[in-house]
Design a protein. Structure first.
Length: 443
């Protein structure tokens, strides 16, 4: 039993000592690493780049489309001549042409497509920020869990050391006839329970650390030691208006902005669909020339330079098109675009309601945890005093080992609850600041 106890204490000491010697990772460090290495963030970044390409494509729709081409043809065999007879001829013809077309009017579709592309460009960058925030939020919770279990390992180690000293003292008192075997056996059971508790908390710490590494895309075999200084902060929230936070969040929060951009894009899509009913006007132009020679003729053909110049032709044309019947495609296009706009409006309403609820809930939780921290600190202080008095009474033989065990458990439980409330307060406070516009990864 003594060997097991000493080994557990040494393991706990090494476990905590390594954390102090290695470079620690702050919450900001973990968030930054996770965001930089997140596949989800990279996907949204590529999507944002595609939206920028769409905007460039929409801008190009205002410019003329220019196309150049050339062809070379050889003709062999019998051909009909001017005197209505057939002769064996071999000809070569080389054509050159330059075509250009320009849309002049499309019922406003081009301008609305360009404006829609601008909105999608903003949406792409904003969606990337939304995913960055989601990744950071997951790191916030996982980081708090690691800190909790790391602190619990230390508390469990202290409890094991305390109960071990009590066991050694009880064994000596038993030899002097001051304690019974039942008391010693009860303390031995407590030591065994504390030993199990330490092992359990170490396992929970390792599991929480593995989850944090997974969320960060951090190498599993590389060391990672979170900074417990995250716990040392103020737990007194300043009075603030939930309505003021919501009014700012609905115009600045990335989630709210995504809903707004989707609605704007849907409105432009409806205008584009309506523009399909309008007439279209286009302009086109062409420049062409050719070079021709009879390969079977004894006469020399005109020089290439002269033919290229003399046979050149140009034209400019305009086209006017009025849509008459397109098998209901324009009717259904407008109808579907209008429904998409209505859906986007409802989604924005729902998103804003969820943001308002989240703000109210997190502010309420944060303030509640602040009050609980004050009460739990008093409880921990009282339990510490009670445990010391109980331990003294046990040493004097005034109470049983069961009373000592109960007092020790109450102290550990109150410390655990205080630690949990502090971490929950910090999480809620970070989320409230996020809705107030403070970046999750602060500079």
């Amino acid at each position: 039993m003594k060997k097991i106890i000493v080994t557990s204490i040494l393991l706990a000491g090494n476990f905590l000592g390594l954390s102090a010697q290695e470079e620690v990772w702050t919450l900001k460090d973990c968030m930054q690493y996770a965001v930089e290495n997140s596949p989800k963030v990279k996907q949204k970044r590529y999507q944002a780049d595609s939206y920028e390409a769409d905007q460039l494509n929409a801008l190009g729709a205002f410019l003329p489309y220019i196309e150049a081409g050339t062809s070379a043809n050889f003709y062999f065999g019998r051909s009909l001549t001017e005197d209505n007879t057939y002769q064996d001829l071999s000809n070569f013809q080389n054509n050159y042409n330059l075509n250009a077309s320009l849309p002049l009017f499309r019922g406003g579709q081009l301008i609305h497509q360009w404006k829609q592309a601008k909105v999608y460009k903003k949406l792409g960058k904003n969606d990337e920020q939304v995913v960055r925030d989601e990744v950071s939020m997951s790191i916030l919770q996982a980081f708090a869990d690691v800190i909790y279990y790391k602190e619990m390992v230390e508390l469990a180690s202290e409890k094991l050391e305390e109960s071990t000293r009590t066991l050694i003292q009880s064994q000596r008192m038993e030899e002097l006839g001051l304690k019974s075997k039942a008391d010693v056996a009860q303390i031995e059971a407590q030591v065994a329970g504390d030993d199990y508790l330490l092992t359990h908390q170490q396992n929970m710490y390792n599991s929480s650390l593995l989850i944090l590494k997974d969320l960060m895309n951090y190498p599993y075999d590389a060391p990672l030691f979170p900074d417990t200084a995250y716990l040392h902060t103020s737990y007194l929230p300043e009075p603030e208006s939930i309505q003021d936070i919501f009014e700012y969040a609905q115009i600045a929060n990335p989630v709210a902005l995504s809903a707004d951009y989707n609605l704007q894009a849907a409105k432009y899509q409806l205008k584009i669909a309506k523009g399909a009913w309008a007439p279209t006007i286009s302009m086109s132009a062409n420049v062409s020339t050719l070079y021709f020679t009879e390969l079977s003729s004894s006469e020399s053909a005109a020089p290439f330079k002269d033919q290229f110049k003399n046979k050149m032709g140009e034209y400019v044309g305009f086209s006017f098109s009025i849509p008459v019947f397109s098998r209901f495609t324009r009717v259904t296009g407008v109808r579907k675009a209008r429904n998409s706009m209505r859906i986007a409006a409802e989604q924005q309403t729902e998103t804003l309601r969820q943001i308002q609820t989240a703000i109210e809930q997190n502010v309420q939780d944060r303030n509640g945890y602040a009050k609980e921290i004050v009460q739990m600190e008093k409880q921990v202080h009282a339990n510490e005093i009670a445990y010391r008095l109980t331990l003294r009474k046990y040493e004097e033989g005034l109470i049983s080992s069961l009373d000592l065990q109960t007092s020790s458990y109450n102290l550990l439980q109150s410390r655990s609850n205080l630690l949990q409330r502090k971490l929950m307060y910090l999480i809620k406070d970070k989320i409230v600041d996020y809705y107030k516009g403070v970046p999750l990864i602060e500079e």
